[in-house]
Design a protein around this ligand. Sequence first.
Ligand code: HEM
Length: 270
Amino acid sequence: LPSASSQIIWRGVNEDLSKKFLPGSIITWWTFSSCTATMAVLENNIYLNTTGVRTILAIETINARVIRAESHSPNEDEILLLPGTQMVVESHSSPAPNLHIIHLKQIIPNETLLQSPLKDAYLYPKNIARDRLASVYRAYPGLTYADLYTLAGVVAIENMGGPTIKWRSGRVDYSDGSKSPPDGRLPDASKGAQHIRDVFYRMGFNDSELVALIGAHSMGRCHIERSGYDGDWTPRTTSVSNDFFRLVSQEQWKERNWKGSRQFEDVRTR
Ligand code: HEM
């Protein structure tokens, strides 16, 4: 089943759940739970209806599954939460007598609650940096993701020997990804110089600036399972340095002989 992108989904119950879902508590659901991506679906009288005691759960998800294509009623935009889904109760409100709204946010449990049925299948999106920062996010209520991620970036650069970058708080998060640029707009390493120019010119960079930016590859590495490329660019993968440019210009490079994506390796250390 395809994973839904992180988003808010909805579930309705014809009872008052506000006493059971106390803000700050952690809730685990052990069954498959059917939800919808479209809030208006709940108003249908076979679900929540528009009268009587009702609780609407607004759930921020990270690994829900889209089953619209498998559903009897594709218009219901059905989204399934897997067994072992863990959520923290963020807040409550009661905008009308008998109507309760509870905001839940899915978290990745500390221990494995559901074993992945297939080898190599990811139960949660592989978002290592984001997952590592989840506990910091939880420890500081009111912190926005935009502040957390930019702060993590400047702290990482400084820790890797780079400059100290001035940072200020105050960024605001959007409530969903509808205003984000579409995925898939990062440069594709197999496409050559004109493609790289197309991507960076779009953002107002000139040739020297885009070459300078590519020096960021002194840090990190390629992962076959992510990009199809393999290996480190430099021997010091957690240091900000000019190693990338130094090695590109000083070493001799030859095409790697392997079945993977076309890439080059240096003749001296391969
Ligand atoms: C010229 C355009 C660029 C191309 C074609 C490109 C391509 C790639 C590729 C193929 C990877 C390996 C991904 C993987 O397998 O995990 C990668 C990783 C990386 N890129 Fe770029 N990139 C470009 C520009 C940039 C820029 C502008 C920056 C930052 C200023 C950057 C920073 C990084 C870093 C830090 C990694 C390592 C990630 C890790 O270790 O997980 N790249 N890039």
